[in-house]
Design a protein around this ligand. Structure first.
Ligand code: MIG
Length: 823
């Protein structure tokens, strides 16, 4: 496909263009040898001369540039700017299909501005100076340009540096941007998006592994989002250089961003998912505990670790093989000395309930006797430099070449390479080093060429999507090979939209209390940034945790959507029983809790997949109008019903926890506490602060050593009394196929509501799946009265036990009830 190339167009010298000297600007390019010699000239939009409408698109022109405004939905508006009025062809790895869903919109014009309005948002373009702003239907301005959009020609590579600058308000807070290892609120900071292998990264280090150019602004309780869909090295400044300005700019590509309306942060995240997609339902087993290490080998060691779990009665579903399983680190091969019969080993592990996950790196060893290299070479699938030399770099296997994952044909090929691994029974693939990382050089040079799905680009454009396209190729290939069973994938690098293909871990962290704290914030941030299935290396990758730190990390990891312990090769043994008692027992208790809550986590996953909600939710997302919540980053909710506050300091015996408004029950003691305030909570090593929102129904499976170990005969429903009506969801399906896409699932909705002397629980169902178990075991917590009668669908349940001291009511009934009344 031919692409318009703005650099081929004549560049008119327009007197109307404002020339602004470098000194006046907040942006400077220090690393450009060519531009460094000349004064940097930024050109700003001047004034729109007219407007032209084509369907849902509006074009505004000054003497030189054009701005395109696309009404995507009632709440999402896209803005693009073409310095010389030539737009790039529409293509985005983040937004696979721009679905326009808008009912009505109108264009208005007056003396001062053009205004395009949907039912909820207005986009204003000022006639005087081309400033773009957005307001809600009450005419409250939510986002406004501080300076007109601008650009700077890139003499070295062609194209432009593109800039957007918004007004930053005194109390405005900022969230999002993926995995940045810093405080949750990004205010006052500046960031770069450039995927980087960041071994033992530090607090405030930037950039690290991922590039998620999406942020949420919260000002005076009103939120909106900006998704700057640009894959080049991109920069964000949240009132750092100038406290009154928020800026985002990139070293190439288009100034293209989506304004995502709120006013609720939750809605902003939901709408971001509308653009970039959600995570597919994971295989149920992947919600269990995973054990990893660099590396478990030979086979006898793998078996020993697996047996350790079963002997210690600590549940585990996934076991990982790091790079040493390969022959000389050649992807898709086996070291036969360490693993003489992988098929047999994987089968035996599977019989004992373990899924085997193997690592794969993008670097392919230059070796004519190695089939993967030979095929890739013959088919011309490896990346090349601008002058056609191969992109070569050293990684684990030695001298390597790298597949161009931005080429759909290469992705297809890569997908087929997993054939043997799938035949051997491998259930998951761990995609590492895909920033891409290269020893010494760090990554590829800028001039490496990429096919970019037919749109072509240098590494400047493809760098940030390389890893995402690798894991996409892996995921799609595995899905085909596994005959539509859900594959499990994990990646280190990523770009917006990567959640459609994979889970992520936060990379090479450190066994320190600071990193435990950092991991907590990173997982919350990833969740708000559209990456729900995330976790840290439990225990810390490098360094040595003591028993206390490891246990505190297991406790936090129990509430990470992805739960995996991992450690570097030069560290001591790091299994949940490695630290002796009391640690082993506490680790077991928490991993068991993880398994009990799998149906709850899975239901939360469904809410993510179907509705675009994040799994972890920082407190500020629940009460965004509480200014104090802007700085809270320790506690979060897991789904919307369980509030978790990890313990992140050694020797801590109690800590303050903020509970959002409403009633909460202590998870450990069922004590009723009114929220909207901080409470002091005891934090002995055996527990962390956990609270359940009143009115919740939390489904619980019996503890198993791995998912599917036993047939489930009964599901426990923990029902927490509330007077105010409250909804809960309970999702189930086969847990391993894509049948849910054809409505083969069961989504139950519970509504709990109480009165001082009665309590009602209603259930309704949707979907075509019927679980095999027959019974619910009810555990009703916090009844404020002594129950004397339970009526279920008109029939009286006579067999119940009430603990008057703990206020717990216990009884059983079939799962297909419609209404249960307790009085
Ligand atoms: O250069 O495969 O982040 O989890 O154990 C190190 C070995 C390569 C980096 C990953 C880490 C993994 C390690 N890898």
């Amino acid at each position: 496909m031919e692409q318009n190339n703005p650099s081929n167009d004549p560049i008119p010298e327009s007197p109307a263009v404002k020339l602004i000297e470098q000194e006046e600007e907040v942006f400077q390019h220090v690393n450009n040898p060519v531009l460094g010699l000349k004064p940097i000239v930024k050109k700003y939009l001047t004034a729109p001369e007219n407007v032209e409408q084509k369907g849902n698109k509006f074009f505004f022109r000054d003497t030189e540039a054009t701005v395109e405004v696309t009404i995507v939905t009632d709440e999402i508006i896209r803005v693009r700017m073409a310095p010389h009025s030539v737009f790039l062809e529409e293509f985005s790895y983040a937004v696979p299909k721009l679905e326009v869903k808008v009912s009505v919109f109108h264009l208005h014009e007056n003396e001062n501005e053009y205004r395009i309005s949907t039912s909820t948002v207005n986009c204003h373009i000022s006639k005087k100076d081309f400033l773009v702003s957005f307001s809600d239907s009450q005419n409250h301005v939510t986002s406004a340009d501080a300076t007109p959009m601008h650009w700077e020609e890139n003499v070295q590579f062609g194209g432009y540096y593109v800039f957007g600058t918004k007004v930053c308000h005194p109390e405005e807070a900022f969230y999002g941007l993926g995995d940045k290892p810093t405080d949750l609120n990004l205010r006052g900071k500046r960031f770069v998006n450039w995927n980087t292998d960041a071994y033992s990264f530090a607090w405030n280090q930037d950039p690290i592994y991922r590039s998620i150019p999406f942020y949420i602004s919260l000002n005076e309780g009103i939120a909106h989002g900006i998704f700057f869909d640009n894959t080049f090295k991109a920069h964000f400044d949240f009132g750092s250089e100038d406290r009154n300005k928020t800026s985002f700019w990139a070293d190439g590509g288009e100034l293209q961003y989506y304004y995502i309306h709120g006013p609720n942060m939750m809605d902003v995240v939901k709408r971001y998912h509308l653009l970039t997609g959600t995570h597919p339902m994971p295989p149920l087993w992947a919600l269990g505990y995973h054990q990893c290490r660099w590396s478990y080998y030979p086979e006898s060691k793998v078996k020993k670790v697996a047996n350790g779990f079963r002997e210690n009665k600590i549940p585990c579903d996934g076991i990982y093989l790091d790079i040493d399983y390969m022959d000389g680190y050649r992807c898709f091969t086996w070291n036969r000395k360490y693993f003489p019969d992988p098929k047999k080993m994987i089968k035996e592990l599977a019989a004992d309930g373990f899924k085997t996950v193997v690592i794969i790196d993008p670097g392919i060893r230059v070796d004519d006797n190695y089939w993967v290299f030979k095929e890739g070479k013959e088919k011309r699938y490896f990346c090349r430099r601008c002058d056609d030399y191969f992109m070569e770099g050293h990684v684990w296997p030695g001298r390597c070449q790298f597949p161009d994952f931005t080429n759909p044909e290469v992705r297809e090929w890569w997908g087929t390479l997993f054939d043997e691994l799938v035949q051997l029974g491998v259930a998951g693939v761990w995609n590492d080093m895909n920033e891409p990382a290269v020893f010494g050089a760090g990554t590829f040079p800028d001039d490496v060429r990429h096919q970019y799905d037919g749109y072509r680009g240098s590494h400047r454009k493809a760098h940030n999507v390389y890893g995402m396209q690798m894991v996409r190729a892996t995921y799609e290939g595995m899905r085909k090979l596994m005959k539509n069973k859900r594959p499990f994938t994990i990646t280190r690098a990523g770009y917006s939209g990567v959640q459609r293909f994979t889970s992520v871990w936060t990379g090479d962290n450190v066994a320190s209390w600071e990193h435990l704290r950092l991991g907590n914030v990173q997982c919350q941030r990833l969740s708000m940034s559209g990456i729900p299935f995330c976790g840290t290396d439990i225990g810390g990758f490098s360094g040595e945790p003591d028993g206390e730190l490891f246990t505190r990390w297991i406790q936090m990891g129990t509430f990470s959507p992805f739960m995996r312990a991992h450690s570097a090769g030069d560290t001591k043994e790091r299994e949940p029983w490695s630290f002796g008692e009391p640690y082993t027992a506490i680790n077991r208790k928490f991993i068991e809790l993880r398994y009990k809550l799998i149906p709850y986590l899975y239901s939360t996953f469904w809410e993510h997949h179907r509705y675009g909600f994040p799994i972890l939710r920082p407190v500020v997302m629940q009460e965004q109008d509480e200014i104090n919540n802007q700085a809270r980053q320790d506690e979060f909710t897991y789904g919307d019903k369980i509030l978790v506050c990890p313990v992140m300091e050694p020797g801590q015996t109690s800590r303050k926890v903020y509970l959002p408004k409403g009633n909460w029950f202590g998870y450990w003691d069922n004590e009723l506490i009114e929220g909207g305030r901080e409470v002091e909570v005891a934090t002995p090593l055996e527990t962390i602060p956990l609270f359940v929102k009143a009115g919740s129904v939390i489904p619980e499976y019996p503890v198993m050593q791995y998912v599917g170990e036993k047939e489930i005969e009964e599901v426990k429903l923990n029902v927490y009394y509330s007077e105010a009506p409250a909804n809960s969801f309970f999702f189930e399906d086969y847990g391993e196929t894509f049948a849910y896409e054809q409505d083969i699932y069961s989504e139950k909705k519970f509504v709990a509501s109480g009165k001082p002397t009665s309590f009602t629980l209603q259930q309704s169902m949707e979907g075509l799946y019927t679980p095999r178990y027959e019974n619910y075991h009810f555990n009703v917590v916090g009844l404020p009265f002594k129950p004397s009668k339970i009526i279920a669908d008109g029939k009286e349940v006579t067999d119940f036990v009430f603990d008057a001291e703990k206020l717990i009511l216990d009884f059983k009934f079939t799962k297909n009830f419609k209404q249960i009344e307790i009085a």
